[in-house]
Design a protein around this ligand. Sequence first.
Ligand code: GRF
Length: 205
Amino acid sequence: MLNLAIFVSGRGSNLKAILDSSACNEGKYCVKVVISDKERCGAFDIAHSCGIPTYSISKITRQDFISHEELPSILQKLNINLIVLAGYLKKIPDEICSLYQNKMINIHPALLPSFGGKGMYGMNVHKAVFESSAKVSGATVHFVNEIYDSGAIIMQKCVDITDVENPEEIAAKVLKIEHEILPSAILKLAENKVKIKNKRIYLID
Ligand code: GRF
């Protein structure tokens, strides 16, 4: 069974998609904790409504606030074996990257390796895609390493954006895909159906 820590910064629609997935309800994976760089966010409300504990990462010492340094011990105490970055905006410390090598994934709202890297998050991505005149966009689930958006790609799905009139329309189309592929990728990992060979990822049916 996969014990998940979900890292968030915003409204939490991807967290909700994970919690609503049938695999989650069937107990194939379990959200043990939700962690944010924010003191409050929509994702925390979703977590609290499901009785899931939350922590904010901060330099301030207060109840429910933790420092980056405390993160490894908290994750280990909760027996976390997969970290999911679901709209988390801060860089993950290198120490966590190496502790959770191939055990940490991110959802990116574009087709990597295009439109990724530092500063490419949220609407910045969709604006860049819109301005590029690309006819397709999509979402990517990938492993996380020390370099932004550059880990091996686990799953991608594209969407036609030929007729969109603004970046917001791209965002709406891509978000639907994020909600599909993030729970699917987690399920593949939970079922041990993700294999790494020659730096490529192979998904077993
Ligand atoms: C998503 O578009 C995700 O791909 C990006 O941030 C957004 C988070 O949305 N990295 P939500 O908080 O899951 O609703």
